[in-house]
Design a protein around this ligand. Structure first.
Ligand SMILES: CSCC[C@@H](NC(=O)CCC(=O)O)C(=O)O
Ligand SMILES: [Mg+2]
Length: 368
């Protein structure tokens, strides 16, 4: 395969309701899509970061420069391009996993389409539909939180994740547990908001029978997570800390986590995401597929990953309508708490030109 054109499509999609976490507070999703045209097929991928380096160190404008100035010259110069060749060819560029992920994924989409193969088949999916959870942001009041959770449960989500931060943790979790009973699969995500000095407060979360406490400490604090894990009864799940299969192996060896949130954008793409899945499976560590408020493009690709055998916990892969009044692909609809895994070539979805035009801010050719 040979790359003929790479285009960046800068998009802005309003959120149906504000989404607040310990690190962000958004009323819109501002990201970009990457369109890779090859001599065999066209592929699309979605950037997993934001305009601000709030979730991780990368951010959209910086990623655009890394793509244009450092990654594309290495990749477009290959005599044969494939998703598997991106990692080795890009090894001279340190870090920048979100940049590598969006490029590798667009190439993977084109490659699979050229072979008439779905992401699900290409990655090794074993299920045609997957149960999904929903991530609930920090709200102004506990009453508003309970209303939001009730609405999501009515929609059929099988698991609730609550964003927490110091000052919004024990009270909202207690209220949800008391309102919806002991059998609701419930978990929390701190997005690195706590430190070991908060250990006693975090230990009190053990009273609520949570599935997991996600990323309580800083992304580079594996030792601290291992120390905290020894104090808590509730399993720790790592998200921001796991940027590679090697990180996963280290975290497991240090007993810093018992669950891993796998996000292809964070780890450099779906091939590394699958390697993390394999490392975790070999150690008996359950994984689930995290989310970055993806449009239907990233959502479709994540659903394929979430259908691999080791993805035994419901992911943050909500229906399109959880975030967007209008998606840029056909909307994903919840059916009995599940979403169907696309089985068409590549991601199995196509961008809707009119919907894309309505949310496009600009289009820039990065390579021709
Ligand atoms: C900072 S908000 C984005 C990252 C966050 N993602 C979610 O909470 C799920 C978002 C979604 O439903 O896509 C996470 O840390 O897991
Ligand atoms: Mg998280």
């Amino acid at each position: 395969m040979r790359i003929e054109l790479v285009e960046l499509v800068d998009v802005r999609l309003p959120l149906v309701r504000p989404f607040r976490t310990s690190v962000s507070g958004d009323t819109e999703r501002r990201t970009f899509l990457l369109r890779v045209v090859t001599d065999r097929a066209e592929g699309w991928a979605e950037y997993g970061g934001d305009p601000e380096p709030s979730y991780c160190a990368e951010f959209a404008a910086g990623t655009e420069r890394v793509l244009a100035d450092h990654l594309l010259p290495r990749i477009t110069g290959l005599d044969r391009v494939s998703a598997a060749r991106v990692g080795p060819a890009a090894a001279g560029v340190k870090g920048n996993h979100l940049a590598k992920a969006v490029l590798e994924t667009a190439i993977l989409d084109a490659e699979l389409r050229a072979h008439g193969m779905s992401f699900a088949t290409g990655l090794g999916a074993v299920r045609d539909r997957v149960p999904v959870g929903v991530s609930v942001g920090i709200t102004d009041t506990v009453g508003e939180l309970l209303e939001t959770v009730a609405a999501h449960l009515d929609e059929g989500y099988v698991r609730i994740k609550l964003k927490i931060e110091p000052g919004w943790d024990l009270e909202p979790v207690r209220a949800v547990r008391e309102e919806f009973g002991p059998d609701l699969p419930l978990q929390v995500d701190a997005n690195t908001a706590y430190s070991l000095t908060d250990a006693e407060r975090l230990r009190r979360l053990d009273d609520f029978g949570l599935v997991q406490i996600e990323q309580p400490l800083a992304e580079d604090d594996l030792r601290g997570h291992a120390e905290l894990a020894a104090m808590l009864g509730t399993p720790i799940c790592l998200d921001e800390s796991i940027r590679s299969a090697r990180d996963a192996a280290t975290a497991i060896a240090l007993r810093a986590c018992r669950i891993v949130n796998v996000k292809p954008a964070r780890v450099g793409g779906y091939l590394e995401a699958r390697r993390i899945h394999d490392v975790c499976a070999a150690h008996g560590i359950p994984v689930w597929c995290g989310g970055m408020l993806e449009t239907g493009i990233g959502r479709a690709q994540n659903l394929a990953l979430a259908a691999l055998p080791g993805f035994v916990l419901p992911g943050d892969i909500s229906a399109s309508g959880r975030y967007y009044a209008e998606d840029i692909t056909a909307a994903f609809e919840l059916e009995d708490g599940h979403l169907s895994v696309p089985d068409g070539p590549g991601s199995g979805v196509n961008v809707l030109p009119d919907a894309l035009a309505r949310c496009t801010v600009a289009r820039r050719v990065l390579y021709a």
